[in-house]
Structure formats: C-alpha cells, structure tokens
Design a protein around this ligand. Structure first.
Ligand code: F6R
Length: 616
C-alpha cells in the first residue's frame, strides 16, 4: 500500500527520504518518487518500479535541498507508470503532493479543474489536489491547503510542499490512512508508518482524523481542517508527543534472507510478550488499560468477530473457543461484506475486531457501523496509535512487534494468544463450568512459546516436504473443528507466498462437490490434530486416498495410525486440542515459506498484495 515520507530540517533531505522510502517498501508498491526543494526550486524525480530504480535515476544528479517529500505508490487510480507516480505537481510546478487513500469526488474535480485551464498530466486523483492548492493560493500556504481540503471527499493522508515556502511542509489526514509526525532537534519528519521514523527519532505525534499539521524545522502546529467540532484549535504538537521504544533497525531484516522467516522465528517471543504480566499465576487475566466493564461482559448476549484475511481466521478460531466455554452465540464476519449488510446489532452485542495493522479500511468502517448501532467494540490489534485502536471502545494489544513481511505470521499467533486472553477475561465475569479446562489451558499457554520452538526445530523436515509440494499446481487443505480455520490459514499462506493454487475445506464438505476435482497425484494436506474428531478425519483421509490423491497428514507426534496406512505425515507437538492451532499454523507457515523459496517467489512482497489495506 502507498507510503509517505517527508523531511524539513537543515540536513540534506534526499538521503532521509530515500532511507524512509526503503523502509516503507515492505508495504508493497509499484512506483516511487521524491520532490526536494532547493530554495525556491521544486525538483521532482519519480518512476514506475522499485526504489532502486528511483535511486538509479537520482545517481547522476542527486537533488540538493533540505526540505522534501517522497512516496511509494500502490496503484488505485491509473496504472503504475512514471507519470502516475507521486509526487504530483500543479500546472506551474509551484506545489507538490504525495497522498495515500482516495478522493471520492475526483471525477467531478477533474472536469472542473480542466475547464479552469489546469494542465492535468496523470490519471491519478492525487494530482488534482496540487491544482486545487495552486488555485486557492494567495500567499498563505496553510490557507490554500485548508481551502483545498474543504473541496475533497474521501479517506486520505497527504503531504504538500511549495516552492514559495521552502522550509514548510503541510500534512493532513482524514479517516483511515495513518500519518505520523516525527519530532527531531531542529528537524521534523512525517511518515505513514511509525517504524520508518525509528532510525531518525523515537518521539512521534499521531495525526488524528480531520487534522492538518504545519511542519517547520523547529515547530509543528496541529490544527483541524474540518469545521467540527472546534474551529481554529491550534495545539502545539509537543503536548501530544509519544515516545516509541522500537529499535532503530526495526524495519531491517537482521541477517535473515527474508522478513517472513525472521518473523516466523520471532513467534516464541511474540507469544511470551503477548502473555507477559497478563496471565497471572492463579490463572486469572489482567490486561493493562483494558476498560471493558464486568457489567458489559455479563450483559453480552452475542459475540461477533470482525476482520479480514488472516485476522478473519483468528476470529474463526475464537468461535470454536468462545461458544462452548462462554455459552454464548458467536458469529464470525468478514468485515468487507459485513459493512455493506444490514445486520441486526444491539446494545448487548460484543464485537471483537481483529486487525494486525489496525488500519484495514473495511474493518475500521465495519466497527464504526456497529458502534452507531450501540454495540461495544473490543479491538485486538498490533499497532499502538492505529485507527482501530483509537476508534474501538476497548483495546487488547498483541505484542508481536512490527510485522514487515506482507504475509502475516507472528501477528496471527499473537492474535490467537490474545483471543485466549480475552476468552479468560470474559469467563471471569460470566458463570460457566469450565474451571478445570481453563486451568489446563492456562498451563498450556505458558508452555506455548516452547512448543513453537519445537516446531521451528523441525524446519528441515518441513523444508524437505516443501521441496516436493513445490512442483504441484493445486493443493487442497482439509481439517475439522479447530483444524478447519488453520487449514484455511495454511492455504492462504501457500497461495500468497508460492502462487500455488490452493483451497481449504472442512473435511466433511469435500464429498459435497470438491471431491470431483481430485485425481491421481492431487496434493491434499489433511490436518488431523483434533482428538475428538480424529476418527472422522481418518475416514475423510481414506475418501481422498481412494481417489489416489497424494495425501500428507499433520498429526500429533505420538499418533502413528495414518503412517501405518501409508500416509505421509508431518508431525506436530501434542498439545491441548484448543491450543493446537498455534503449532499447526507455524508448521504451515514454514511450509508456505519454503515452497515460495523453492519456486523463486518474492517472499516479502508477493505480487499484487499490500501490507496494510487502507482502501475498500
Ligand atoms: C495475509 C494477510 C492479510 C491480512 C488482512 C488483514 O497474510 O496478512 O490477509 O490479514 O489484510 O490485515 P489486518 O490484520 O492488518 O487488518
């Protein structure tokens, strides 16, 4: 997804912008560009392709100047091309703009601006903003940007530079795309992503919805650009400075060939951190700053999990855990569909929104809809200061650390742990008969990091299996009960990372249609780790074997029945069934990773995908 950087100070801007852009590339992008002000000269260089292509263009004539903006673009309006890359300028080249998100009224604006004589060079909606600022400019940069902001609708974050004001940048944000200001000494930074600021400063201000910020080397002034609720508020940014304790090289790979592998291997730590100081000795749960009142928990008549992609699979796992223990109806909803339905929502609904980034537009919008109807929203998210964390009524942070690879791994296992913590928190305030089970699960949670370490030690076996799987073009994942959402997650990981076509089904569902696709040699990965339903799973595997499919089963290490039947197996540590999703998914993450490597795929930035999906 698009990334923004900006710098105003006394150092050369270009190296700062290029370092910022490089650390944003993990988000997925198709073009990049910079604009640097050298006195009153505005210089723009941009191109389709990678940041390395941009660096090559700049190699011969680096831009001098100590104010600038940069961008990595992920195409929404107009194909990836040099002309559509950001920054965009107005007709005379007085103003340059970088922008994430969408202006919804761009068609009307385009026609009007053309009629007014503007030279529109690109197919983007972003360029229109540069023209609007130029048309409104009467010597007051801030007033011109504010007037332009009054004319655009949609959801966006943007930064504007002007050759008339070489020591000023103006940033603005509406709705979901994030924008963060980094406070330095005699220099200011702006970025769409906190992690890209960490090599420059740990002191940040997160822009709120409807705010604009005027950045000069020594000062940042934050103001509202929309009339409501307070007009003309000017709060010095230093009243809102947060200190972020992330290492400077947080966005770097630390010696691993890929971020994805680094993040897979960080899972024991992510699990430990997410549990730390929260799962108490006596098995009770205490979540810092968690304000969900016991009365609200007792009043709940239904739980609704809301999320997208991998985070949706965490919700599916939650359903299998919450229903039997809390004795509450549980719904699991894909946010991008749910937000356009007319769901019946009420005051007694407890909505659990799960999102690694906390910026997924569909999830945030769905949350706003349920809040309008009176539901209470608990967010499970990995990013402090993210939109979801600010919109939700109560927040439980996963502590996976920044996730850079596009494919989610450690954030997912941290989400599973957070779902367990939330389950225990809710169980504290509701009558139930599952003390013993919760006690056992508490013990299991404490050992989960070690269990994941054991899975990581099996990498060589998983890699050898991946080498065989890599030559297949179709793979089916099947599972039952808590193995079913993990079959889905394993399948999603495989398709994202290796581009192998893959599908996941509840094992009992195959015979209702999909079995027709199995032919001799078709690869099937059968998850058989749920003891209650194990025998049923064996029957499903036999159905598949009868069609001469190439079956590999994921089984607990002490299970040998399937092997005796001649089925290839991948062994996972034996844990309580309700915790099995964790070792199972780590196994499947490694499988997808090694398949992707074997097929020569771009692991950290799979084609067509973006890390943070801030468009609908
Ligand atoms: C897949 C993946 C995506 C995300 C989805 C939601 O590996 O990462 O499916 O899970 O885009 O993102 P968040 O969790 O940021 O809301």
């Amino acid at each position: 997804m698009c990334g923004i950087v900006g710098y105003v100070g006394s150092e050369a801007a270009l190296p700062v912008l290029m370092a910022g852009l490089t650390s944003l590339t993990y988000r997925g992008y198709d073009s990049a560009g910079v604009a640097v002000l050298d006195g009153s000269t505005l210089q723009v260089v941009k191109c389709a392709g990678k940041v390395a292509d941009l660096a090559a263009r700049l190699a011969d004539s680096p831009l001098s100047g100590s104010t600038g903006i940069g961008h990595t673009r992920w195409a929404t309006h107009g194909e990836p091309s040099d002309v559509n890359a950001h920054p965009h300028i107005d007709t005379r080249g007085d103003f340059a703009v970088v922008h994430n998100g969408i202006f919804e009224n761009s068609s009307d604006l385009r026609e009007r601006l053309r009629a007014q004589g503007c030279l529109i060079r690109s197919q983007t909606d972003t360029e229109l903003f540069a023209h609007l600022v130029s048309l409104h400019y009467r010597g007051d940069f801030e007033a011109a940007v504010k007037a332009a902001l009054a004319e655009v609708k949609g959801s966006f974050a943007l930064v504007v530079a002007s050759r008339f004001h070489p020591s000023t940048l103006i940033a603005a944000k509406l709705d979901t795309p994030p924008l963060v200001i980094g406070i330095g000494a005699g220099e200011m930074f702006v970025s769409s992503d906190i992690s890209s600021l960490m090599r420059f400063t740990k002191r940040v201000v997160i822009l709120e919805d409807g705010e604009m910020a005027v950045l000069t080397p020594k000062n940042v002034l934050v103001d509202l650009f929309r009339a409501e609720p307070v007009v003309g508020r000017r709060r010095p940014a230093n009243e809102r400075v947060l200190s972020v304790d992330w290492p400077a090289d947080i966005a770097e790979r630390g010696g691993y060939p890929h971020f994805m592998l680094k993040e897979i291997e960080e899972q024991p730590r992510a699990i430990r951190d997410t549990l730390r100081d929260r799962l108490l000795e006596d098995g009770r749960v205490a979540i810092e700053d968690f304000t969900l009142a016991p009365a609200t928990v007792r009043r709940a008549r239904r739980v609704i999990f809301l999320s997208c992609g991998t985070a949706y699979h965490a919700g599916l796992v939650g359903q299998y855990l919450f229903e039997p223990i809390l004795n509450l109806p549980v719904q699991v909803e894909i946010a991008s569909e749910f937000r356009y339905r007319q769901p019946v929502i009420g005051l007694d609904d407890l909505v659990v929104a799960i999102s690694q980034s906390g910026e997924t537009a569909d999830t945030v919008s769905a949350v706003r809809r349920v809040q309008e109807r009176g539901a209470t929203v608990v967010a499970i998210t990995n990013v402090i200061g993210s939109t979801l964390s600010r919109v939700a009524d109560h927040v439980l942070f996963t502590r996976a650390g920044p996730e850079i690879a596009v494919a989610s791994t450690k954030a997912f296992t941290a989400q599973l742990v957070a779902v367990h913590l939330l389950l225990r928190y809710l169980a504290q305030y509701r009558p139930h008969q599952h003390e013993k089970l919760l006690y056992q699960l508490g013990l299991g949670l404490r050992q989960l990091d070690g269990v994941v370490e054991q899975v990581l030690q099996r990498t060589a076996t998983i890699q050898a299996f991946a080498a065989q799987l890599a030559s297949h073009e179709d793979v089916y994942f099947i599972g039952r009960n808590l193995d079913e959402p993990i079959a889905r997650e394993g399948s999603l990981k495989l398709k994202e990372i290796s581009y192998i076509h893959s599908e996941a089904y509840p094992a009992g569902e195959l015979k209702h249609g999909t079995l027709a696709l199995l032919s001799p040699g078709t690869a099937v990965i059968a998850l058989a780790t749920q003891s209650d339903i194990y025998e049923k799973m064996v029957s499903n595997i036999q159905e598949v074997l009868a069609r001469k499919a190439w079956v590999t089963a994921l089984v607990p290490e002490d299970e040998s029945e399937l092997e005796a039947m001649g089925v290839g197996t991948l062994r996972v540590p034996r844990v309580n069934d309700l915790l099995a999703p964790v070792p199972n998914v780590v196994t499947l993450q490694l499988l997808a990773y090694h398949c992707g490597v074997a097929r020569g795929c771009e692991i950290d930035q799979p084609r067509n995908l973006a890390k943070s999906v801030t468009v609908e």
